[in-house]
Design a protein around this ligand. Structure first.
Ligand code: ADP
Ligand code: MG
Length: 682
């Protein structure tokens, strides 16, 4: 792409270094970023209404003259400004609370265009309207379909609109990147027109076409990247051919404290089949939380060790690494299989020891966090790599681990269910196995929603369960996507509970900002049953397995998406006793209540995923992020599924036409290189 696209936004007229810096907080560094800062939604302000034709409860736009302003202070701390605007057919009141500066802003005689939600009750009122003052100049915000952007405190809608308009007005060099063949075959709008109309649509019809073009482009580039990756992986025909099960595998199976469910058996045989084949395994195992994926991983690891190879398992958190280490050691040590852990928290010396053992082949299996994909990690003979909770990793990270061996088999595991057709498309490069059945003897978890008026009862319930010998989790509300703030709120909740409801109970606290050693000490005390109640942030969301824990209280439950609530709830219901999940929320928003109510009706992740599709709440199941795919800027892999299929077809053709593939390589690297891998060579 040309350098216009990568030029800093600072140089746009009206931006400069100060505003430029504020824009970076929205992820906007370059002109390309700005143009790809797509509107979240639109408001149709192309229709101006007369005041006497406005309808109650509707978002509408009208034009008029300011008549006068009245300020009132009905009580202390409350200032109301009312500006009356007339257009000859009627008068409307624009209302602001505690914004005294509005009084000076609007002078009688000014012409304004007003948009907002209309309330008709004795008179026409609009609270907190958007107002544009017409100074005889250009009208930017009205009389058109208005884009609404993700903005911030310091960068408002209007500023974004102005600078994007500025860029588009200067006849920017937006080069076409798709081949003529594709443009024609899929009747796509050209690239420049698409950018112009996504930000400043002439009408709804062209907006739709602009969006389709840009969605297509994004999904096409994604598919090209994934297909290229797949082609590269499959082109090494000769991977590792593991032998049929030998004594170690048989012993391991016999040593399990339970028999495998039918689904586990089926998935295990699919995995083994792949491993025994000479082509490299690229398999995804999906199974709901608690469905027993770990044992599949364990048996696959045994198989690779039995064949003289090493195995590596990567997990997203230290807590989970520690837990898997414990589970696997129990099974492996009697079989003479050595296991090590590699995480960021090891001392330098211990770290180096593990590295040298791995390199010399003195360790059979290693379990680790991201520390596993550092450059310094080398293996003697890597035969199998596993990523657990793969939705927490990106495609690229999986690739790096794999490259540490000579075409090892690859197994990825996820608890985020996805319909099969979509999995094949989204995971372009993987085969999929599913475990749908839970191990026998589990009692379905009972889930309740409770308001803070019953908070004491909720905590009394925890005390009762603890007195019966059980354990509990209390998850504190997710504040922001910031570990630091979450940590603070966990500390506060912990201290408050220790002084009040849980003062006679042994409690522990874990959050992401704690030192690794402290975290581990608390987790160990919880595993051993010494700590009865664990107050935590979402660090416990993945993997943690304490079958004796039977209560999960989630504070501020409305802040979590269904997927996350389901993951959290998956920490309980792992043993024989009845488990209870209590979602605490005072939120009265009907959509939120509906979302929480669904949790009380089912424990099935696949059903929840379907419901999520209908509701699309925060942190949706079907966001790309839930699947470890790069963030998409405009496409939505669910609602744009039909475009996704087209884009996939187009990408398959492109991959087969060397010239065409070469011509989009720069675009691919620019868009997805970081996340999926740079494409080099010819
Ligand atoms: P997940 O799929 O969420 O990773 P785990 O592998 O942690 O689930 O398994 C959850 C629990 O179920 C563990 O305590 C495990 O020992 C137990 N488990 C797994 N498979 C079976 C089975 N076939 N029968 C009984 N318990 C099982
Ligand atoms: Mg697991």
């Amino acid at each position: 792409m040309n350098n216009f696209w990568t030029r800093s936004v600072q140089y746009i007229k009206g931006v400069g270094p100060y505003k430029g810096n504020l824009l970076t907080k929205l992820g906007i560094f370059t002109i390309g970023d700005l143009l790809e800062h797509y509107p979240r939604r639109y408001e149709d302000r192309s229709q101006l209404k007369m005041i006497n034709c406005l309808s109650d409860g509707q978002m509408e736009t009208f034009k008029g003259k300011v008549i006068g302003t009245v300020e009132s202070k009905p009580r202390r701390g409350l200032t109301i400004i009312k500006v009356s605007v007339g257009d000859g057919t009627g008068i409307a009141q624009l209302v602001w609370f505690n914004q005294p500066h509005m009084k000076k802003k609007y002078q009688p005689g000014m012409e304004v265009i007003v948009s907002g939600k209309i309330k008709i009750f004795y008179q026409v009122e609009v609270t907190n309207p958007e107002v544009e003052i017409i100074n005889g100049g250009e009208v930017l915000d009205t009389g058109r379909i208005l884009p609404i952007y993700a903005a911030s405190e310091n960068i408002n809608q209007r500023f974004l609109r102005v600078i994007i308009n500025q860029v588009l007005k200067d006849d920017p060099e937006i080069d076409e990147i798709l081949s003529n063949r594709i443009i024609e075959h899929y009747s796509l709008l050209n690239r420049k027109l698409a950018f112009e109309n996504i930000h400043s649509p002439q009408n709804m019809e062209i907006l739709e076409r602009a969006r389709r073009r840009l969605v297509f482009e994004e999904l096409y580039l994604l598919q090209c990247s994934l297909l290229f990756l797949k082609k590269q992986q499959r082109s090494h025909h000769v991977g590792i051919k593991h032998g049929f099960d030998d004594s170690l595998s048989v012993q391991a199976l016999g040593a399990l404290p339970f028999t495998l469910t039918n689904d586990q058996q089926k998935v295990l045989s699919e995995v083994k089949c792949d491993m025994e084949d000479v082509t490299t395994m690229q398999r995804l195992v999906q199974g709901d939380v608690g469905s027993g994926k770990t044992v599949i991983a364990a048996l696959a690891l045994v198989k690779t060790v039995e064949n003289g190879y090493q195995g590596a398992m990567m997990v997203p958190t230290e807590i989970l690494a520690g837990q898997h280490y414990r589970t696997l050691s129990e099974l492996f040590t009697p079989l003479g299989i050595s296991v090590s852990v590699l995480t960021g928290k090891l001392t330098r010396r211990a770290h180096e020891q593990v590295l040298s053992k791995l390199k010399e082949g003195l360790v059979d299996v290693v379990i680790g966090t991201h520390a596993l994909i550092q450059d310094a990690v080398e293996f003697k003979q890597l035969g199998l790599v596993i990523t657990d909770e793969q939705h927490r990793f990106g495609v690229r990270q999986r690739g790096i681990l794999q490259e540490k061996g000579n075409r090892p088999d690859v197994l990825v595991m996820t608890a985020t269910p996805i319909p099969r057709t979509m999995a094949l498309t989204v995971y372009g490069d993987l085969d999929v196995s599913s475990i749908r059945q839970l191990p026998p003897g589990r009692k379905p978890i009972k889930t309740f929603v409770r308001g803070s008026n019953r908070r004491q009862l909720v905590y009394q319930f925890i005390v009762d369960e603890v007195n019966k010998g059980r354990q509990a989790y209390v998850v504190c509300p997710l504040v922001e996507e910031s570990e630091k703030i979450d940590a603070q709120s966990a500390v506060e909740l912990y201290e408050q509970l220790m002084q009040t409801d849980l003062k006679n109970i042994r409690c522990g606290l874990v959050h992401g900002k704690m030192k690794a050693a402290d975290k581990e000490a608390v987790m160990n005390a919880f595993y051993s049953g010494e700590i009865k109640v664990l107050v935590a942030t979402t660090v416990i969301e993945v993997g943690v397995n304490v079958p004796n824990a039977t209560v999960m209280v989630i504070e501020g439950a409305e802040r979590f998406g269904l997927a996350q609530l389901h993951q959290l709830r998956g920490r309980i219901g792992r043993g024989e006793c009845q488990s209870y999940c209590i979602l605490c929320s005072d939120n009265k928003n009907p959509e939120t209540q509906e979302r929480l109510a669904i949790m009380t009706k089912t424990n099935d992740g696949f059903i929840l995923a379907e419901e999520d599709l209908k509701l699309r709440g925060p942190g949706q199941f079907f966001g790309t992020r839930q699947h470890g795919l790069p963030d998409l800027k405009i496409a939505d892999i669910i609602s744009d599924l039909s475009i996704l299929m087209e884009a996939k077809n187009a990408a398959e053709q492109t991959i087969a036409i060397p010239d065409e593939f070469r011509s989009i390589r720069v675009s691919l690297n620019q868009r997805f290189g970081q996340d999926i891998g740079m494409i080099t060579g010819n």
